[in-house]
Write a protein of this length. Structure first.
Lengths: 334, 334
């Protein structure tokens, strides 16, 4: 295992400290916890938003803490759900008196631990709601999930629900906004290589030199199919057509798209996929209104990518384009 | 070779198109060239700035085209200097009537081709100046260079010279600002793995499972030393002490630091390095005034990182923090 680490036990703890060193104007670490919260003072009366999950998906989720997105992010160990007490600490950090929305990717451990944390918050009189993200259309049930998994599309929920919270919407309304994002979104990924979880010390799976895996999750869970290496054009088309079908997109529909690197895949290759997407979308008469290309939800140093399509209406488009200022995603006033 | 591409011949051309699809509000491609220029209309009377070089270092350099940084970026094939006519097209795209500064990394091919392009521009009456970036302290001469190589610190030149150009400084002044950045900056990198140039189809070099290479360049050029794998703390300390010595930094000095992934190294590992840097800087009494952590100047999917230190004075600090709005680096009004 070749990694720039000291010990496998201290990876996440040290990295959280490093995030604060890199982004002191955005982030503070809640003492004694694995919670990164906004460095700026709380505003009373706004709905707070918390997300989180296992580490290894950076910039998710600490990179999305800041104006217009999250109030706090809770980090578990690599590919491991954060414990309920950590999530509870995140809820408290995000509470401005108007309740807290939890954005949870659909993995059994995350769902359970965020649920227990809600009970703890309930005991404190903090109202909570959950948006459960299950955008990965590849598999119905998986090693770690009942139902679909949550992957990169989670970032669209952060962004759009975050904009609604900044507008002053109440907890029920912010949850409804988040749920509507989930209902209008579909993702699918693929891998060219595995990644190595520090605590395991060896790659999670093996792929031959001429193989790729379609429908891979963000933890090296099995996908739906091992196939011979496809060209950029072929794999982009395969994912795009599948997602268009899942969302029943029709000519004239407006979408936002996320072309997400799983970690090791260079920007050059993402850009080639993006060029093809544009061509396929034009051919289908679908309007690519906003394109997000880069590393948004990674799997350590896995090579591969995922594609997310989000159907836009006027309000979602406005909220997606609203000013946000976080370490990993900044949308400036134009 | 596992890459998301169609053919090795079309990698750069397709990726340039994809960049424009992803960032239409920032970038346009000058027709028939490998030049990405600002999508917004020119402002007359401002000094233009052009950078460029081989592709494979994304987000360098197209990702730095935009307000407060570059006017145009010229892309060569992967790890190959752009031809003089391409550079010349970049100069023309960046010319607003006040001359054009070329930011050139010190590689023999780049220096030669940018030089020929200057002659072409001279024939058109476009005044040009060059800032030659040679921040890599690892090796004095290399496979591709006479003197030191230019690596990730180049991005600091883009940012600070870019701010001076936006202020309305004249060509000589913008060059002087850029030269002063180079004079006060030092970088050094290391690799855990090689990368694979598409046209070669196999890794440029091999490293054993327990080896790393110190002083690596951004094209897989040899470094200064193969050493057994070091811990994050050890390698960060090794680079930091070397750079502090090179710049003769003393207690009370203010610096900006860039912790740059070579491509495959995850943010988690960069953050661990950053946490150590903070500790070492505090111990040395050096003020880490600004930290840039992420992918700024990559080598395809190489695993490893580089560290850059830039000595700050009041003016460089102000210009480094000035508003910029580009695909890869956005600094918002606070």
């Amino acid at each position: 295992m070749k990694k720039i680490i000291d010990t496998v036990e201290t990876v996440v703890d040290q990295a959280l400290d490093g995030m604060v060193v890199a982004y002191p104007e955005y982030l503070m670490r809640v003492p004694g916890t694995s919670v990164l919260a906004r460095a700026v003072p709380k505003e009373d009366g706004r709905v707070g938003i918390v997300s989180g999950g296992g580490s290894g998906h950076e910039p998710a989720h600490g990179g999305y803490v800041g104006y217009g997105m999250l109030d706090a992010a809770v980090a578990g160990e690599v590919f491991t759900s954060p414990t309920p007490d950590q999530v509870y600490a995140g809820i408290k950090a995000a509470d401005h008196g108007a309740g807290v929305l939890l954005v949870v990717k659909n993995y059994t451990g995350d769902v359970m631990n965020f649920d227990i944390a809600r009970e703890l918050a309930d005991g404190d009189g903090i109202a909570t709601e959950v948006v459960l993200v299950n955008d990965d259309v590849a598999v119905q049930d998986s090693l770690y999930t009942t139902g679909r998994r949550g992957i990169a599309g989670t970032v669209f929920v952060h962004k759009i629900a975050g904009a609604a919270a900044e507008e002053g919407a109440d907890l029920g309304a912010v949850k409804a906004v988040g749920d509507a994002v989930v209902a209008n979104m579909a993702s699918m990924g693929f891998a060219l290589t595995s990644c190595t979880v520090p605590a395991n010390g060896k790659p999670t799976f093996e792929l031959a030199d001429n193989e790729m895996e379609l429908g891979i999750g963000i933890h090296g869970e099995p996908g739906i199919e091992r196939v011979p290496m496809m060209s950029a054009r072929e794999v982009t088309n395969t994912l795009f057509q599948r997602l268009v079908g899942e969302l029943s997109l029709a000519r004239g529909d407006r979408v936002a798209v996320m072309v997400n690197s799983m970690g090791a895949t260079p920007a050059l290759e993402l850009a080639i996929m993006t060029a093809h997407l544009n061509e396929f979308a034009q051919h289908a008469g679908i309007v690519l209104e906003r394109v997000f290309m880069g590393e948004f939800m990674t799997s350590l140093e896995m090579a591969g990518a995922s594609l997310t399509l989000l159907r836009l209406d006027g309000q979602r488009a406005t909220r997606l384009g609203a000013v946000a200022d976080t370490p990993a995603l900044r949308i400036m006033q134009r």
